[in-house]
Design a protein around this ligand. Structure first.
Ligand code: SF4
Length: 239
């Protein structure tokens, strides 16, 4: 695996758990508002400065009993060829695993579910299906996202959906369509959902520098969005 960053302690990334976070390098999306340009943009990835899996695993051995689990985020972790092997090693040590994904690779998600390696999934819902096509430059990922959600809701794993409310990319009205879309994937999705996170956009270190000038929404706007989501999902958090 290409590991571009490692945070040894977090109480924020894995709900109700103490964890460490692994940042994998590389992503198949180029969201202009992404904050992780140094691990997403191939020109900015420092290939000499990657962290080895062994170093991460050695650290975890030394923190058995202190940490509940790890978060694997990115970039896009499902692109990593060594992901299953790495997660198998982590799981054998007794740690819980949370995986963040853009849900563009349902075959990988299916393999991870078959091996029961992931305890908690966080899937980004970036916008409506129609706007996804514009954002991903025609690359149709909707079916992949639907497959991922469907597979996870039928498993024992917990699922979080989350949307970063980026002005111009997703707005209050879009959530009518988003709710209808998610409800149509699998009737159990919202009843099985651990939570839906509505995240405010922070105009810092964005992949496309113009987004550093975008003014985030006020909290009241996010509350309105949360109100819409609460008609389908009990646990909605704003961050
Ligand atoms: S926001 Fe997520 S999916 Fe988009 S480019 Fe960044 S890491 Fe990839």
């Amino acid at each position: 695996m290409l590991i571009g960053g490692f945070q040894k302690f977090t109480m924020l990334d894995y709900p109700e758990k103490i964890a460490a976070t692994v940042f994998t390098s590389g992503c198949n999306f180029r969201c202009p508002f992404c904050h992780n340009s140094e691990i997403v943009n191939p020109k900015l990835i420092n290939y000499d400065n990657q962290i080895s899996e062994e170093d991460v695993l050695d650290f975890l051995v030394s923190r058995k009993g202190d940490l509940d689990g790890i978060c694997v985020t990115g970039g896009e972790p499902t692109l990593q060829s060594g992901l299953i092997k790495f997660l198998t090693n982590v799981k054998e040590m007794g740690f819980l695993i949370k995986l963040d994904t853009n849900a563009s690779h349902s075959n990988v998600v299916g393999n991870l579910l078959n091996k029961d390696l992931v305890d908690y999934w966080a899937i980004d819902i970036k916008t409506t299906p129609q706007k996804y096509k514009i954002m991903t430059k025609g690359n149709d990922v909707i079916e992949e996202i639907e497959n991922c959600i469907d597979l996870i809701t039928k498993s024992r794993s917990e699922l979080e959906l989350r949307t970063t409310v980026v002005p111009g990319y997703v707005n209050l009205n879009d959530f009518d369509e988003i709710m209808e879309w998610i409800n149509g994937i699998n009737k159990k999705t919202f009843s099985k959902l651990y939570r839906y996170s509505v995240q405010n956009f922070k105009p810092e270190k964005t992949l496309h520098r113009d987004f550093e000038k975008v003014i985030p929404h006020q909290n009241e706007y996010l509350e309105e969005i949360a109100k819409k989501i609460r008609t389908s999902c009990k646990n909605v958090v704003i961050s």
